[in-house]
Design a binder for this molecule. Structure first.
Ligand code: ADP
Ligand code: MG
Length: 248
């Protein structure tokens, strides 16, 4: 089966239910979305509206109760565990609010791990990891453990790790939610750079500044999409540097 649409990621009629009977929760309810190549989609909505659940479904970390998910023409929701694990490793980058770094590994080792798991040789994995650490501005912190890095630096390591296998899409769940304002700006700039470089991105965020720099702004409530606004094209989209209060 192939996907006729020219999009990187497509979800159609997605549902995710937890529990049963009176305790049934529809965390994601009849949600459809298409993400075109190079597009940044921001997803916002109140706490508990299903943003994380949605992102986990889109990233193959969890399976929908019903509906379809296609990633570059491959149907994810019907894949075997093994197929899905391979796709997650090679084609999807995930950035979590709480970084999820391996505390006993250095920054460089954290970044190279997904490359090794995807089958790169030790040499190639090292080379790629060094490259991506440089790209997030942490080439000089390669040998540091996460505990020796600030929150913003840890999140930049996590972004480098998400990028190391050059995924077709990066999914980020409130990536600035645990950061102070200066670190938040560093990470915002990094996502803005990725956007400009053509990386396809889906970012869950409470931050209106991230949301304003997206091409498409999606709002959720009670598991449903309540609005979808295209900011690029009609002049509403802002570059990070244009926004007030950023000290640039
Ligand atoms: P958000 O990220 O927007 O805060 P979540 O996706 O975390 O929202 O949660 C959406 C809804 O699904 C909430 O009502 C939450 O309690 C429920 N939920 C999320 N994960 C689970 C789970 N593993 N088991 C049961 N309910 C869950
Ligand atoms: Mg969440």
């Amino acid at each position: 089966m192939t996907d006729k649409n020219n999009c990187v990621l497509r979800a159609s009629g997605l549902r995710k239910e937890y529990g049963a009977g009176d305790g049934l929760v529809r965390a994601v309810d009849d949600f459809s979305l298409e993400v075109a190549p190079g597009e940044t989609v921001a997803v916002t909505g109140p706490s508990g509206c299903g943003k994380s659940t949605l992102l986990h479904l889109l990233g193959g970390l969890d399976r929908p109760s019903s509906g379809e998910i296609w990633l570059t023409g491959q149907r994810m929701d019907q894949m075997t565990e093994r197929g899905l694990a391979g796709l997650r490793r090679e084609s999807i980058g995930f950035v979590f609010q709480s970084f999820h770094l391996m505390e006993e590994l250095t920054a460089l080792e954290n970044v190279e791990l997904p490359a090794l798991l995807a089958g790169s040789s030790a040499r190639t994995a090292r080379h790629r990891a060094e490259n991506f650490l440089d790209r997030v501005g942490l080439g000089d912190r390669a040998g540091h453990l996460p505990s020796q890095l600030s929150g913003g630096q840890r999140q930049r390591v996590a972004v480098a790790r998400a990028l190391v296998n050059e995924p077709v899409v990066v999914l980020a769940d409130e990536p600035t939610g645990n950061l102070d304002s200066e670190a938040m700006l560093d990470v915002l700039r990094l996502f803005d750079d990725l956007h400009e470089a053509g990386q396809t991105l889906v970012i869950v965020t409470h931050d209106q500044r991230i949301a304003a720099t997206a091409d498409v702004l999606v709002t959720m409530r009670d598991g449903k999409m309540v609005s979808q606004t295209r900011l690029s094209g009609d002049g509403q989209r802002r570059r990070l540097g244009e926004l007030a209060g950023l000290g640039e």
